[in-house]
Design a protein around this ligand. Structure first.
Ligand SMILES: CC(C)(COP(=O)(O)OP(=O)(O)OC[C@H]1O[C@@H](n2cnc3c(N)ncnc32)[C@H](O)[C@@H]1OP(=O)(O)O)[C@@H](O)C(=O)NCCC(=O)NCCS
Length: 140
């Protein structure tokens, strides 16, 4: 496969959304609207990527930071193109961009039932935290 890593720009939004919709384990919500993704990409330039091969979008990921820690969101690879290193390449690009911004540690959010996703993260060197829960609230 001739893989090309490209920046995730808003020109790719519709194609990336279509990819996310095909991938189990990606929880889509109001924060994934065109407006919110545009805001995220604007606030975190050069940190989100796609991988293409022969004009097919194989995978996508978003990364950003808040000045202290990095966060990776919505890593996804087309179901029939998995286990070829695309996920690993996307994460490596995110970590490189975070490191260049002086960020030393990165977190992800993952559903507890996402066994394949958890296997991926552990196999690429990440550790599942058992000592932290996410606590959330809608702001009205
Ligand atoms: C998780 C995901 C992005 C991995 O993408 P990928 O391109 O298949 O990953 P890679 O090929 O780079 O895999 C790297 C290593 O991770 C491990 N791995 C990946 N998927 C795995 C699986 N289903 N089971 C066990 N190990 C797995 C393997 O060790 C693999 O190396 P190997 O193929 O040489 O054995 C992909 O499965 C996906 O899109 N899943 C649905 C969305 C999702 O759950 N995203 C994560 C949300 S946080």
């Amino acid at each position: 496969m001739n893989l090309r890593v490209l920046p995730f720009t808003m020109a790719l939004y519709d194609r990336v959304l279509e990819l996310w919709q095909q991938c189990e384990g990606i929880g889509l919500g109001d924060s994934d609207s065109r407006e919110n993704i545009a805001l995220f990409l604007e606030r975190n330039p050069g940190m989100s990527f796609v991988v293409e091969s022969e004009k097919i979008l194989l995978g996508a990921v978003m990364a950003g930071h808040d000045g202290r820690r990095g966060y990776i969101h919505h890593l996804a690879v087309l179901p029939d193109r998995r286990r070829k290193g695309v996920g690993r390449i996307l994460v490596e690009n995110c970590l490189k961009s975070l490191k260049n911004a002086g960020i030393l540690k990165c977190h992800i959010f993952i559903f507890n039932q996402n066994e394949n996703g958890l296997k991926f993260w552990e196999s690429v060197g990440w550790s599942v935290r058992k000592d932290i829960s996410i606590v959330s609230k809608f702001i009205d």
